[in-house]
Design a protein around this ligand. Structure first.
Ligand SMILES: [Fe+2]
Length: 318
């Protein structure tokens, strides 16, 4: 994968204890910055969000194309405690479900540009990133990604939410899948936790395009690929847009190391292949929808459980 070095402009939020590590040390093995050949159409992304927010009928029609979860999510208009952002969640499956009439209504408002961008990004970057991860893992990731289980997400960290003063754009979490490519509109806000210095958050430049790995990559690689915790801090009054491509293993894949385990101890359930990707995505999805304000937890479910802590228990058994 074509990568570029981390810039010296990256800033860190120091942890309470003094930390002698350099920035390169802090993010070593955690993320890769790439020079994308396809530039995200941020003017189209802005236009589509603006259109859906000011045309509720079109937003409803789009959400009715995928009634299970909806496509345009705007819980932050009413909920000041959730992540303060709006999202548009697309995927090849959701794309195929959008009726032609809605597609043509939304085409002049940016939808076609956006779908073309994601499809170009898949063609250009996905197989080379999977190859790079396979090299790091010492095991071939391609058989477990033969169906390209992908999601496309647009995020609008818009100041016009229930709590305009909140700095919480997206709470800290680790992505569930294999890897994510995050495209940004030039506005800072994305932060990555240094894997070997927990509590130290590194600010990523707003114009960087970042590839980071998720839990599935960590498990399949036997612990050789690092799953990276990240978050987005909102600057009150400043709008920030991002586009993210998520790639995960095929849903029926058993989540167990593809080769002997490195320096990591996994739970018995993981080592015995007792968890498949579809089940794991469901468990993770429930937590992230709660964090984003799009899901109420059932009575008795503990809202204080932090997503990553619960998942760590499942993966590492402690
Ligand atoms: Fe994420």
């Amino acid at each position: 994968m074509a990568s570029v070095s981390l810039q010296n402009t990256i800033n860190t939020t120091p942890s309470p204890t003094s930390n002698p590590l350099t920035i390169t040390d802090l993010l070593n093995d955690a993320i890769v910055l790439i020079n994308p050949t396809v530039k995200p159409p941020f003017s189209s992304i802005r236009k589509l969000f603006d259109h859906l927010r000011s045309n509720p009928n079109d937003a409803s029609a789009l959400n009715n194309a995928y009634p299970k979860r909806g496509i345009f999510k705007s819980a932050a208009i009413k909920n000041g405690l959730s992540d303060q952002k709006f999202t548009i969640d697309l995927s090849p499956t959701r794309d195929s479900l959008i009726p032609e009439s809605i597609r043509s209504t939304l085409a002049p408002h940016g939808m076609e540009d956006i779908l073309a961008f994601f499809n170009n990004t898949v063609d250009t970057h996905v197989s080379s990133i999977l190859s790079s991860l396979s090299k790091i893992a010492g095991a071939d990731f391609s058989p477990s990604h033969s169906k390209l289980n992908m999601n496309f997400r647009l995020c609008d960290y818009n100041p016009m939410t229930a709590d305009p003063t909140s700095t919480n754009g997206c709470g800290e979490h680790t992505d569930y899948g294999t890897f994510s490519i995050i495209f940004q509109d030039g506005t800072p806000g994305l932060e990555v936790e240094a894997p070997y210095a927990p509590g130290t958050w590194v600010q990523i430049p707003g114009d960087a395009t970042v590839v980071l790995a998720g839990w599935c990559a960590l498990i399949l690689s036997g612990g050789r690929v690092c799953a990276v915790r990240h978050r987005v801090r909102r600057i009150p009054g400043v709008r920030r847009l991002s586009a993210v491509l998520f790639v995960a293993p095929d849903l029926e894949v058993k989540l167990k190391p593809l080769r002997e385990v490195g320096d990591v101890v996994f739970s018995k359930e993981i080592m015995e292949g007792g968890i498949d990707v579809e089940w794991f995505k469901d468990v993770m999805g429930k937590r992230w929808r709660w964090r984003e304000g799009n899901l109420e937890l059932a009575k008795g479910e503990d809202e204080r459980v932090v997503q990553d802590e619960e998942i760590k228990k499942l993966i590492f058994g402690c």
